[in-house]
Design a protein. Structure first.
Length: 366
């Protein structure tokens, strides 16, 4: 299938990989972005992959908490410009939507849009939304919402509505100290963007896939391979003439240089990647390599699981789990984080490139 420049740009923004690599990944996966991201991760080429893509749309995330602090709603509404996102009328409108959701139960977005609007009894939510679009003079999109209930729920808004977080905890005595601790954890979630509360939430299938990605990305990074394996891979490149004479000469000249890989060509390094990948099964039986993989896999899990992350406000190496346990002990109660929801404005939406000066000139017929 034909891969557009816009598709390549989007994947580059999602992963930080090079344009050529992104095009190759989309070609290999027939334009499937999820598979393309995984392809680049396995190749060790994704430098900055994000859970849902790069921030690329304006608007705000808003949260509403019930009076008993047991139910909360988070909503994202997008606008075309940041100017509108900062507008008080727009912000009040979004807050009203969140409040209506929090006070009612809707199966999905379609059910919510079809419901009677709390702001205008004579209209549905969708009809009132269209009226707000006309009033504000800019296209607006009610993109998503979620609702969370539990023993105690807290909400947190970061950067004026760019990021919103809800946290639900099981607690038999939800005091102000507990709520403060939950707010701290919500700030952690906003900053560190975990994918799960704990490893228990990760399915065996997902764990296997993540492990495979770590294995493949390790093989795709020959510079970090254990020395005996790297030497064997290099020797195979030489013995089988998969390296050019020029590459061999460069290696002989720089082989004792710790910056060897700065001197090898891209083609030469790719040859090492290909050779390493061809011995995947063999290397997995190697204790040194399997130990390297386990170390990297454990580090990856600590990054994506909230309770395993280093607690950012701790002065020592305390994890979020240890922080929660300490708070529970200090307050003489049970306390466990059950779930969180994190919205970041514009996740996965590609922002339209605009020339503001040209737009003004066009409107003025210049």
């Amino acid at each position: 299938m034909a891969i557009s420049a816009a598709d390549v740009k989007k994947l580059r923004e999602m992963t930080g990989a090079g344009m050529v690599d992104c095009k190759g990944a989309l070609t290999e996966t027939n334009g499937n972005f999820d598979e393309a991201v995984e392809y680049l991760r396995k190749k060790g080429l994704a430098k900055a992959e994000k859970k849902a893509g790069r921030i690329a749309a304006e608007g705000i995330v808003s949260t509403v908490l019930s009076a008993d602090e047991k139910t909360a709603t988070i909503i994202e509404v997008n606008s075309e410009t940041d100017f509108v996102a900062k507008n008080e009328i727009f912000q009040t409108y979004v807050n009203g939507l969140a409040t209506q959701i929090n006070n009612n139960d809707y199966a999905d977005m379609a059910a919510f849009l079809a419901a009677k609007s709390d702001a205008d009894a004579g209209s549905t939510v969708e009809e009132y939304h269209k009226a707000m679009v006309a009033k504000i003079g800019e296209n607006l999109t009610i993109r998503r919402f979620e609702k969370l209930s539990g023993d105690v729920v807290v909400s947190y808004i970061h950067m004026g509505g760019k990021i919103g977080v809800l946290v639900d905890a099981a607690c038999d005595s939800p005091s102000e100290n507990i709520k403060e601790a939950m707010k701290n954890i919500a700030m952690q979630i906003a900053a560190m963007n975990p994918s799960y509360v704990s490893r228990d939430e990760i399915s065996a299938e997902t764990l296997a896939k993540e492990k495979e990605i770590v294995v493949d990305s390790s093989l795709a990074d020959p510079a970090s391979l254990p020395k005996p394996i790297l030497n064997a891979v290099i020797q195979e490149a030489i013995d089988t003439n998969k390296w050019s004479d020029e590459e061999k000469a460069t290696y002989e000249e720089q082989k004792n240089n710790k910056f060897l890989f700065n001197f090898l060509s891209d083609e030469g390094i790719q040859t090492l990647r290909d050779i390493a990948a061809s011995h995947k099964a063999e290397y997995l039986d190697n204790k040194i390599f399997s130990g390297l993989v386990e170390g990297r896999f454990s580090k990856h899990l600590k990054e994506i699981c909230l309770v395993d992350q280093a607690y950012v406000k701790a002065e020592d190496k305390e994890t979020v789990k240890q922080y929660v346990e300490k708070v529970a002990k200090d307050n003489g109660c049970s306390f466990e984080i059950k779930k969180f929801i994190r919205f970041e404005t514009g996740e996965g939406i590609e922002k339209k490139n605009e020339d503001f000066a040209a737009e003004v000139a066009a409107q003025m017929n210049v």
